[in-house]
Write a protein that binds this ligand. Structure first.
Ligand code: NAD
Length: 307
């Protein structure tokens, strides 16, 4: 297959100064994209700021013959989101790709998590996604082209201990991506979610000695395809972890129809309600929302016809 390139494309990668984001930025630039490397450069908890990491990655790209500018604004505010996209437009005049990858972590049990820690994480991952998407979406739709990749997590799909803030935020970006996919569908704009995992500084404190190879370079190709012109899907969720690439789906059981229900009916039917042997999936695009409603209504109509 011919190399999938990004010549003439402009990409914004948030959190591009370290870890996974750095890997995405280097990969996109090596394939011809002009890259805005955004990173506030703070600590794992999101405290502090340092323009160094973003600048170093931009310098690395330029030294390798690529094109990049650094930006150290925070994704956590509306002003920051606006400034990041303004930097892309000022430097390159367009935005074709958004990879919202910036992230922080503040651990704490649900019994004890402070509102400060809750907000600090939601502000970066989830509200940060909105601050960026809100800015690039009109630009992309007006251009008739765009590729949005938002970052979720296994914690967002399945939860985990001590990360209520992170799990809420990472589940929320799936909702945002789905709306961007639905609203972008007629404008050449796709939006998908990456669920990555890699040994980066986010793994600090975790014993990774028995892990298989799990570098960011095993995730970057998935983001590259989702960010590429040839990406043929939208409103989907991709997994990349230790060399495994997969798709995550929201699926339903067919369910049980009754014209009326009691609590006892639910108890009596619970196995059939939960029977997942024939899962039903409603693709986000073109119309998963209404497909879901139509499917439910069809069961009611079918039963009514046989009554
Ligand atoms: P990392 O800490 O190495 O990199 C994250 C970068 O985001 C840092 O350089 C940080 O400075 C930057 N950042 C944080 N807050 C920011 C802000 N307000 N504005 C701009 N930049 C900011 O972590 P990573 O492992 O590379 O994580 C990247 C993304 O992948 C995150 O969204 C993370 O939640 C997600 N993720 C990672 C893993 C994993 O196993 N590493 C698993 C699931 C999800």
């Amino acid at each position: 297959m011919a190399e999938l390139r990004f010549d003439g494309r402009v990409a914004v990668v948030t959190g591009g100064g370290r870890g996974l984001g750095r890997s995405y930025a280097l990969m996109l630039a090596a394939r011809g994209a002009k890259v805005v490397v955004n990173d506030v450069g703070g600590s794992l908890t999101g405290d502090g700021a340092d323009a160094g990491p973003a600048q170093q990655v931009a310098d690395e790209i330029v030294a390798a013959g690529g094109d990049a500018v650094a930006n150290a604004d925070s994704v956590a505010t509306a002003d920051g989101g606006e400034a990041i996209v303004a930097a892309a437009l000022a430097a390159y005049g367009r935005v074709d790709v958004l990879v919202h990858n910036a992230g922080n972590v503040r651990r704490g049990s649900l019994r004890e998590m402070s509102y400060e820690d809750f907000d600090a994480v939601v502000d970066v991952h989830q509200r940060g996604a909105f601050h960026l998407v809100r800015q690039v979406f009109p630009v992309m739709c007006d251009n008739g082209y765009g590729r949005i990749v938002l970052t979720s997590s296994i914690g967002g799909l399945y939860g985990n201990h001590d990360v209520a803030n992170y799990a809420v935020a990472k589940a929320g970006v799936i909702g945002l991506s789905n709306v961007a996919a639905v609203e972008g569908a007629d404008h050449g704009v796709t939006s998908n979610v990456i669920v990555p995992a890699a040994v980066t500084r986010m793994a600090e404190g975790i014993d990774t000695s028995a892990y298989p190879p799990m570098g960011p370079e095993l995730v970057a190709p998935a983001v590259g395809w989702l960010a590429h012109e040839s990406c043929s899907v939208t409103g989907e969720i991709f997994i990349a972890l230790a060399g495994r690439m997969a798709r995550a789906v929201i699926a339903e059981t067919p369910g049980v129809y009754r014209p009326s229900w009691t609590v006892e009916d639910v108890a009596g039917q619970i196995d059939a309600i939960r029977d997942f042997s024939e899962p039903v999936v409603f693709p986000v695009v073109p119309d998963g929302h209404n497909e879901h409603i139509r499917y439910s209504f069809a069961m009611a109509a079918q039963r009514a016809a046989h009554a």
